[in-house]
Design a protein around this ligand. Sequence first.
Ligand code: F6R
Length: 612
Amino acid sequence: MCGIVGYTGNAPAVPVLLEGLEHLEYRGYDSAGVAVVSRDKGLQIQKCKGRLRTLREKLDSLPPLEGTVGLGHTRWATHGEPNDVNSHPHVSQNGRVAIVHNGIIENYAEIKQFLLHKGVAFRSDTDSEVVAQLLEYCFNDHSDPLDAVYAVLDRLEGAYALVILCADRPDMLIAARKDAPLLLGYGDGESFIASDATAIIAHTRDVAYMEDGEVAVLTRAGIQVFDQYRRPVEKEHHTIEWDVSAAEKGGYPHFMFKEIMEQPEALRQTISPRLKGGELCFDELPLTDEKLRSFDRIYLVACGSSYHVGMVGKYNLERFLRLPVEVCLASEFRYSAPLVDERSLVIVISQSGETLDSMAALREAKGLGGYILAIVNVVGSSIAREADAVLYTWAGPEIAVATTKAYSTQLALLTMFGLWMAKRLGRADGADYAAVTAELELLPGKLEKVLADTGIYQYLGSQYFSRDCVFFIGRNLDYALGLEGSLKLKEISYLHSESYAAGELKHGTISLIEPGTLVVALATYGALIDKAVSNIVEVRSRGAEVVALTTESLAGKLEGIATYTIAIPDTHPALQPNLGVAPLQLFAYYIALQRGCDIDKPKNLAKSVTVE
Ligand code: F6R
């Protein structure tokens, strides 16, 4: 996600801000900027698309930004492509306030409309700019900046970590938090604020974590914190013990582990802006009912894990929509004379948005007249730009080569889209719609529960890391999920694994099962649990050791059958793979850890595959 750093003290602010931003680079970003305020010069801002190096070069070529109070930002684009104008800080129309923002302002369009009617001119395409403009507007009624900030916060929906500079109060920074992290740093005659500790650790280890609803006022004399009702809050101080390199991974040993743990938050970012009052809404899609009705088939086109999202998606979309859904490997698609025409909806799924095979498939499908919907994580990426419509996953930057949170968010988004389309076409079963949407609200919390205890996966890693081969078996959605579990294991642990539809074993593969073979049996799909049990018995009777993944309500069926059973919370079957994937990611992670592999950068693999 984006990075924030703020400083107020006696030293020139810019070097402190740039150094802080450098430590936030690991989070991934596409643009950067700084703002300072001083009594003589008011607000001064520099920002640009690209790396911090580009910002430094820009700053070096201009008269220095003077001021001892300032803020900095690295942006990971969500609303509006990465460019100079969309970079943060954002300044209000008359230059009275500058802000940086992490998160998503869900009702930004409504606020923007309101301000446009009041004659406010906007510069960027971002959701964040509305905060700067609304603040300046609120200054008309409130001379005290804190009054204006509270008035603005009252109107914001969504998630935010906000830091604000006011031209007429050059002595302070104001910060506010809801569902996006901010921490305060206490120095000697100086105060800091940051989205994570790495940005300020070189200056202070004395920190306090802001809570949702809190507002902080930072001056060089100290920091005051208020709750949502503006009552003073006494913050508990913490001392940061870790060093910078550990902090960059948020204290986690690997980016992959960090990203696995970030999944509940990433899911919130994907789901909450599109689920309001129990109704799915995709305001970002230009698809009319007539256009939706015109589709007679759907293609899901992708590579690797994104293709596995498609494999799950096929089951869900066909059930919701009663339309034929074909899942295609992007690298095969254009060489298979696809039957795409103007009645085809082609959904291209890609984390990076730059995968060449997926891009080539997109162009092929577009050339044949298909309507292209992209599900992408990286805003402004090539696939996002060339598609007819885009749904962003908003999972934040993914650094580990093996995808985890991008897979989860793609999966949730595709399911949501399918259900939304079914509702628009009048094909959604009312009870099913209500059940899935209710479970979508609960999904991040349930995933937190799955991730709360990693002990069993650590143990399984220590038991099985030296095996030569692992089989994943499952039926229906569990089969699709097994494909991803097997790929995760292969790519980071270099252990050979195979994933099979459990019913296929008897058609050949079962000859490979012998005493001691490890089988990961996925048995979370309630409708076929008895068949899953039979398949487990089948491999057990040939001497296999079985690690079974099931749900809390189905666990009784597996008692005494598997070698180890892991039970995860139940949810709607369409969403169960979203909970089931986390144990498989952790299993792969701990096996790879035991085998001493380079988990974040597996050999021969790249994060973005831009060759055919
Ligand atoms: C597996 C993995 C790859 C990608 C694939 C597609 O962990 O990361 O299999 O899923 O290369 O990449 P995107 O989604 O960027 O198109």
